[in-house]
Write a protein that binds this ligand. Sequence first.
Ligand SMILES: NC(=O)C1=CN([C@@H]2O[C@H](COP(=O)(O)OP(=O)(O)OC[C@H]3O[C@@H](n4cnc5c(N)ncnc54)[C@H](OP(=O)(O)O)[C@@H]3O)[C@@H](O)[C@H]2O)[C@@H](O)CC1
Ligand SMILES: Nc1ncnc2c1ncn2[C@@H]1O[C@H](COP(=O)(O)OP(=O)(O)O)[C@@H](O)[C@H]1O
Ligand SMILES: [K+]
Length: 528
Amino acid sequence: MTKEQFVVTAAQMRDIEGRIFAAGMPVAALMEKVGRLISDSFARHWQRLQSIIPLSPLFQGGLGGSNVGILAGPGHNGGDALVVARELHFQGYQVWIYQPFAKLKELTSQHLQYAQSLGIPCFTELAELPSCDFLIDGLFGFGLEREITGNIAEAINHFNDWNKPIFSIDLPSGLHTDTGEVLGTAIRANHTFCLGLWKQGLLQEQALEYIGQAELIDFDIPLADIHAILGEVPKIKRITKTTVFDTLSLPLSPTTHKYKSGHLLLISGSKRYAGGAILTGLGARASGVGMLSIAVPESIKPLLISHLPEALIIGCPETETGAISHLQLPPNTDLNSFNAIACGPGLTTDATPIIEQVINSDVPLILDADGLNILAQLGTISTLQKRQNTTILTPHTGEFHRLFPDINYQDRVKAVQTAASQTGAVVLLKGARTAISNPEGVVWINAESTPALARGGSGDVLTGLMGGILARVVNKQVNIEDVVAAAAWWHSQGGILAVKERTELGVDAFTLTQYLIRVLKLSIEDIL
Ligand SMILES: NC(=O)C1=CN([C@@H]2O[C@H](COP(=O)(O)OP(=O)(O)OC[C@H]3O[C@@H](n4cnc5c(N)ncnc54)[C@H](OP(=O)(O)O)[C@@H]3O)[C@@H](O)[C@H]2O)[C@@H](O)CC1
Ligand SMILES: Nc1ncnc2c1ncn2[C@@H]1O[C@H](COP(=O)(O)OP(=O)(O)O)[C@@H](O)[C@H]1O
Ligand SMILES: [K+]
């Protein structure tokens, strides 16, 4: 595992830190190291930002003239901020410190004393503060456990109103380290330097509006200390490129043939929602699956053929409403002919018999969209109990609630763990921070995405892509949750690349399908 993949709670971070200190690392030395790493990273970002953000009238020209306000808290988060204050002072920035606390931890107090001895102005009252070009927030880190109130809450709201870029140390002050909940009020950062290991709260949706761009500052925590606290196989992990490339089974074997590269059956679309079938098919195309069959109502078969000439389009008898009434597979084919089935986008809830049929089959199965709505009507847990083979459910929040009305989905990590354990399925809960769990509670979180994906049809693309990867690798000793994670990561990265080239408004679902291979190519070049 790489450092980027680990996710910790405050208690786990404290325990890991405890081991490092017990082994002889002086606390002050670690703070010094962390502070220097933050200042270096900050200087790089500031140089880039300066070219795009107008500076205050006090700006005196040149990078060294920038004005920086440091917000220092009473604990070691404040200590980190004071090391950064000193470093930036020596680099030529105009620095001031806001420190309104009566009682400081000893190390923090020493750094404050030294900063003052260097002539760095230090203020305790908001009204006294000069202007600045940006703020560095070191009020609270993972030691914050209770609500922020009174003058500190007022100060945080005041700084948010300044509309200056804010860089937060470890996490935006005011966020709960584990849940990402706002404790009273919180700094709205433009950039967060997360220290050492990703804190769980930074991966929770409720924290997203406060974090800005997040970056991990690696300060060389020994892997042995991480595993001693998190276990050899940590329960909660962040998806990274490495996860994905371990799963995609590339490069292809030189002796492969089309049936060795997987055969996927997509069951999707209706007269009313023909587009869902096309988007799912285009998502599957990008997976590189060897054989793609798509079952649709007879009347939309010509449309599918025109978009996906390489796929075998299976026209099925349809209901009066234009949904598939039953599957009519080609001669000598049954469901066992496929390595995986992905089922649901655009089906409408009139296709109930199809869902019953695929659930009763013994083929690895992905259910999405109307596949999930029908499953909810059939009774989620009792219906899935019959299944022997792999099942993957990919609900968005509304579908999740229909499937699992008794599970509280506010804490998304717990929600997917419970849903997966109740059903024996791998459950992916879509959203800004998609969370995935297997029945044993091993969780992947997709921490990089873009709101540009919040558009109709983008989930259909994910279903097709995931189905194709599943069909390709399902017989190759992979963990199913890794396949699901790989698809979620690839889908989001496609969206992120599309945003870079086309803006956040330019990522309709069809366009997204065109970016999947482009982003894969860039990622492969990156790791070579
Ligand atoms: N782990 C690592 O490897 C490393 C960690 N490092 C850094 O240490 C940080 C953690 O430091 P930390 O433990 O001192 O806690 P921190 O977040 O500064 O705040 C706690 C202080 O705030 C106070 N306080 C709390 N709530 C409050 C409230 N509502 N309103 C007002 N006050 C409140 C509380 O006081 P008390 O509860 O005693 O009243 C206490 O004094 C971590 O985020 C990282 O930046 C790096 O330096 C090196 C590597
Ligand atoms: N705010 C957001 N940030 C990042 N990704 C998002 C956001 N909102 C939705 N998504 C992603 O967009 C996709 C939407 O899927 P879904 O709701 O099933 O749409 P549809 O059914 O129209 O295809 C999911 O992959 C989801 O994770
Ligand atoms: K902070």
